[in-house]
Structures are given as C-alpha cells and as structure tokens.
Design a protein around this ligand. Structure first.
Ligand SMILES: Cc1ncc(COP(=O)(O)O)c(C=O)c1O
Length: 425
C-alpha cells in the first residue's frame, strides 16, 4: 500500500518537489522492479472476477461509499489508467493540490472544467487579455449554453471586476471568477488573493463562487494559486510542464471534491490524457525545475538587452516591473520568479514585426511556448487573431507586438539572433 504523505518525507525531513519528480506516486514493485513506470498501452483491464468488476464500477460511479481499506480497481482507460494516475499524483506536488485531473490538451482541461461547474443562468467574470482559445470559448461557446460571460481588462484590476459585476443582477448569478495571470501575451497580472476574497464575500450556502486560475505562464514553479486562495488551477501542460514542444496536454488541480466533479465530466466527455501522453509528461516532470530555472535566467538577459535596443518601443517582462506600479505590488505578493515569457512592441507596425520574425535564424517562428527551444510569434495575427482588432488594441495587442518564449539555449546566442534580425527591421 502506498502512503502519499509518508513518501514526501525521510523521517522528519520534507523532500522538495524536484526530488520527488523521479519517484512520487510509483513503486517499482508494481511493475517487475522497473525503475520507471511502464506505458500501460491498453484500453481495458481484465477483472479477477465478476464480483470485483461490479465493485470497481460501484466505486467509480459513486453508487456506494468505499469500504475501509478498499481501493478502486482499474476498469477502462477513459476512466483510469496506471500511467495517468501516477502522473496525476506527481503533478499535485508542485501546487500542493489535493488532486489533479490530466487531459489531452489545455483546452480540454478548460472546457471540461467549465462544463463541470457552469449551468444556464450562471455568470463567469474573466480578465483580458487571455489565450485566444479561451477567449473564443467565453465569447462564442458558453453563451450558446445560456452562460453569461463578463470580461474586464486585467490592467483595471479589481475595480474592473467590480464594475462588470455591478451590471444588472450579475453579482447574484456569479458562479466563477476566471483569471489567466500572467496573461497571454502581455504578462498583465491579476491579484489572486483579492479575487478569492471577493468570491468568498459573494458566495452563499446555495451558490459557491469558484476562483479558477490559468497558471500556464508561471506555474508550477513560480506561482501557486491554491496557496493564494484559488479553488482551481488550470494548465496547458503543452507548455512548461511538457517542455519540449512535442506533446499537447492540460490539467485541472484543486480540492479532491472539485477535481472529482471535473473527472466525472471528463469520463463522459472522454477528454482524459492517453497512456503515451501521460508517460511523456512523467518524463518531462523530472527536468521541469532545471528547464524553468534556465529559461528564467535566459529571459532576464534577453529582456535586459531588448529594453536598451533603439528599435524596441516597450518590453512587457515581469522582471522589469517597478516599485509604485500596482502590477509590481501584485508581482511581489504572488509570484516567486519572472518566468521565461517576454513580449515587446517594436517601433512601427506589422511590417516591422514581420521583418524581424522572417529574419530570425536560431529562434523558431512558431506559436506555443515553454519548450526547450526559443519560440517567437505575432499575437495579433496568430494566437489572438480571432480577437477583433479594436479589442486587441484595448488589451495591448498592437500590430508591432512580438511574443518570445525564451528556451534553454545560451542567452548570448538568442541575443545574437535577435540583434541580426533587428538589423533587418
Ligand atoms: C495560457 C494558455 N492557456 C491555455 C492554452 C491552451 O492549451 P492547449 O494548446 O494545450 O490546448 C494555451 C495555449 O497556448 C495558453 O497559452
């Protein structure tokens, strides 16, 4: 039997997350002594007996309470798979979450979680800018199911949130506050603690207001929303956690009760991660801290260099926030590092941005982020192209804005590439 808490300690000594990434959630004796969890590439699992099969279904579908010492059995890979379960246990470590649910994409995690919690008549308040796919879900998809969405600029902070909630009877119908912080692509921050305090104030016995945070940009190393009072943390694991630009995956973490609710919806939607994706993510988790530490160090050098360049108008980088800026106060309170994401406005417009993008030799022109290689893209015409131009401008997504995800290359090489490409502008 595997004791979750005991495995986090040697005697009284508490092991750090990076030390647990090679072992937590798995015992070699489960798999012929294999040091690493094998890939259980199977759709279904054979029951020892009809009675065992019946018991497993009763537990999986919540038809009865578990008896003391009874463990849920493996049934079918849409419900459970050893690789997925080991991964979910291991992923909880960084955020200090009770439970995790892993999905085949970040959007699968977000949509499944929305449909697990929201019902017709509910209101979701969310800040902008936000990843383009999530923006589309909130503006175009959820309203078709009678769910009202209310957006406000992240730069307006809690005043913006209060302003949109003051309209009509939204406060009474509020079911979720959804924040992506730092936001994609401008690194705007929202105060998670303040959102949690407001949600608590507006919650009633019948209606709990849930705070959900997309932690893709800084997590799970440099920001821990559950510790700041959020109820749910969402990830595109495609990014820093996967970390090699070779898989698509997502996650939802939080209290066991909430994640259990999400998993019921996941079972029916069929959005869980498969065995191969789960195995790749387990492998990636082992080097997560090494990669993110290197990406953050490199990003600091790149941002410091960009800010001095005459063709660069403005750099959006958390490490450059200055005392006196309300965003700086939020950063100091809730983030433990600036991460590896930078966006910057060139002097000029789309033509200048495209000249830079087309001249790069080492840095790859591709959407996505958080991988070992540096990636660069043009939010206005790529990741956020379905946001109407006027809204883009309101959110700070200008025609000259370029987003760079700094990788693990030597920072001098990344800077040399940017330098020669900026000559073409
Ligand atoms: C902040 C953020 N959240 C969610 C997503 C969606 O994740 P996925 O592409 O894994 O579905 C992305 C993708 O770029 C993202 O940047």
């Amino acid at each position: 039997m595997w004791d979750k808490e005991k495995k986090k300690h040697i005697g009284d000594h508490e092991l750090r997350p990076e030390s647990l990434m090679m072992s937590y959630g798995y015992l070699p004796e489960w798999s012929e002594g294999a040091a690493k969890p094998p890939i259980f590439q199977t759709s279904t699992f054979v029951f020892e007996s009809a009675e065992a099969g019946k018991a497993y279904f009763e537990m999986a579908y919540g038809l009865r309470e578990k008896a003391p010492g009874e463990t849920p059995g493996l049934i079918y890979s849409r419900l459970n798979n050893p690789g997925l379960e080991i991964l979910e246990d291991r992923l909880t470590v960084w955020d200090g979450a009770e439970a995790a649910a892993v999905f085949e994409s970040g959007m699968a995690a977000i949509t499944t979680t929305m449909f697990a919690f929201l019902r017709p008549g509910d209101v979701v308040a969310f800040c902008e800018p936000i990843y383009g796919g999530t923006e589309y879900l909130f503006h175009e998809v959820l309203p078709q199911f009678g769910i009202e969405t209310a957006c406000f600029p992240a730069m307006e902070g809690m005043a913006g949130l209060e302003r949109v909630l003051a309209e009509g009877d939204r406060r009474k119908r509020l079911r979720m506050i959804y924040v992506e912080t730092p936001s994609n692509p401008t690194n705007a921050l929202m105060d998670i603690r303040a959102c949690a305090a407001l949600a608590k104030r507006l919650s009633t016995a019948e209606r709990r207001v849930v705070v959900a945070v997309d932690n893709t940009f800084l997590g799970p190393l440099y920001q821990h929303p559950l510790k700041l009072g959020a109820d749910l943390v969402l990830y595109s694991l495609t990014k820093y956690v996967g970390g090699h630009s070779d898989l698509i995956a997502g996650a939802c973490l939080g209290p066991a009760e909430f994640v259990g609710q999400v998993k019921v919806t996941r079972t029916i939607f069929g959005t869980m991660a498969g065995p191969w994706t789960s195995w790749l993510l387990l492998r990636s988790l082992e080097t997560l801290k090494l990669r993110m530490t290197s990406q953050m160090k490199n990003a600091r050098h790149v941002a410091d260099w960009l800010v001095e360049h005459p063709k660069v108008d403005r750099v959006h980088y958390l490490g450059h926030l200055k005392k006196g800026d309300p965003q700086y106060d939020i950063y100091k309170r809730q983030c433990s590092g600036a991460g590896g994401m930078i966006s910057f406005d060139l002097r000029g417009g789309e033509a200048e941005a495209f000249r830079l993008l087309n001249a790069l030799k080492l840095i790859k022109l591709a959407v996505s982020l958080g991988g070992t290689e540096s990636l660069v893209e043009h939010p206005a015409t790529m990741t956020h192209s379905d946001v109407p131009p006027a809204d883009q401008l309101r959110m700070g997504i200008t025609p000259s804005l370029v987003r760079i995800s700094v990788g693990v290359e030597h920072y001098d090489d990344v800077i040399a590439d940017l330098e020669q490409a900026l000559e073409a502008v």
